[in-house]
Design a binder for this molecule. Structure first.
Ligand SMILES: Nc1ncnc2c1ncn2[C@@H]1O[C@H](COP(=O)(O)OP(=O)(O)OP(=O)(O)O)[C@@H](O)[C@H]1O
Ligand SMILES: [Mg+2]
Length: 276
């Protein structure tokens, strides 16, 4: 990653353009979740707390939902920063990278040692406060992704960020009731059957699939977004490389799945990472 010498917050475009750091676009075939996007918007706009926790099992689409929300609300957000909250180390490193991007020092001038996380976050907040135009009503959103364990630095940093009135902290977690009572909360579970069917039809070209097969695939994989995305990636791949060629279908997949389910999901994981 290359950083310029200037502070992007001071650039003339910062009053109209968004400063975004570490934020990826959602998957191109993002589907459904309209109610959840609305719910998240309601919690951000009208919630009592400045932190929102999105909780759900692995693969339910928490991170994708936040990416989609950020894309849809680009015009209401002036600064957006994505933090890897997996551990105290990833949290610190994400803030240090953002600080370096803003040209904020991350080491102590006196002894050249790394600053404590508190001071780095404090300097970032000061920079943001100094440079955001008071008339600019857009938000500063920090996403802390993958906070599956509650650790000290995470709690402290979240409180620190929430102390600034423009900040919104969105947290994704596999744990229920993280920061209970101190944050807004929403849960993300599997897709509705309609969303799951729409996703499979869209990815596999509906004319070539029997409705009943699509339905069966969705129920077999419990409408789980990650499992379905892996299954369709595998089916698409098999259409190109398998003996059956383009006629490799959901039925072939389900037959394979019946004998070697877990193996197939792992294999599909490799195929889907190649596809992205
Ligand atoms: N709404 C969606 N539309 C299309 N695909 C989706 C959607 N939600 C999730 N997926 C698929 O499921 C995969 C897993 O989603 P995501 O990484 O957001 O899950 P997660 O809940 O954040 O999981 P983890 O707890 O492991 O971080 C995505 O890479 C994508 O392929
Ligand atoms: Mg995630």
């Amino acid at each position: 990653m290359t950083y310029t010498n200037s502070n992007p917050l001071r650039s003339p475009e910062s009053s109209t353009k968004q400063i975004s750091f570490g934020v990826e676009d959602p998957v191109r075939d993002f589907i459904g979740r309209k109610d959840k996007l609305k719910e998240l918007d309601g919690l951000i706009e009208d919630g009592m707390h400045s932190a929102v926790v999105i909780s759900g099992l692995g693969g339910m689409g928490k991170s994708e939902l936040v990416r989609k929300y950020l894309l849809q609300n680009k015009s209401n957000v002036s600064i957006c920063h994505w933090v890897n909250g997996e551990s105290a180390e990833t949290l610190r490193s994400s803030f240090e990278q953002f600080a370096a991007y803003l040209n904020v020092p991350t080491t102590d001038k006196q002894n050249d040692k790394p600053l404590q996380l508190y001071y780095t976050v404090n300097s970032i907040l000061n920079q943001v406060k100094e440079n955001i135009n008071l008339l600019d009503k857009r938000k500063y959103i920090i996403v802390i992704d993958n906070v599956d364990d509650l650790y000290d630095d995470f709690i402290k940093v979240t409180k620190q960020l929430c102390s600034y009135s423009r900040s919104i902290v969105i947290i994704t977690s596999r744990r229920l009731f993280l920061l209970e009572g101190q944050s807004e909360f929403m849960e993300l579970s599997e897709w509705t059957k309609e969303d799951a069917v729409e996703y499979v039809n869209q990815r596999l070209n509906s004319q070539q699939q029997m409705d009943s097969d699509v339905d069966l695939l969705c129920s077999t994989l419990l409408c789980d977004p990650l499992a379905l995305s892996q299954a369709v990636a595998y089916i698409r791949h098999q259409k190109q490389v398998s003996f059956e060629g383009p006629s490799y279908s959901i039925r072939h997949y389900l037959a394979e799945y019946e004998c070697k389910g877990e193996y197939l999901l792992n294999k599909a994981l490799q195929v889907s990472t190649q596809e992205h």
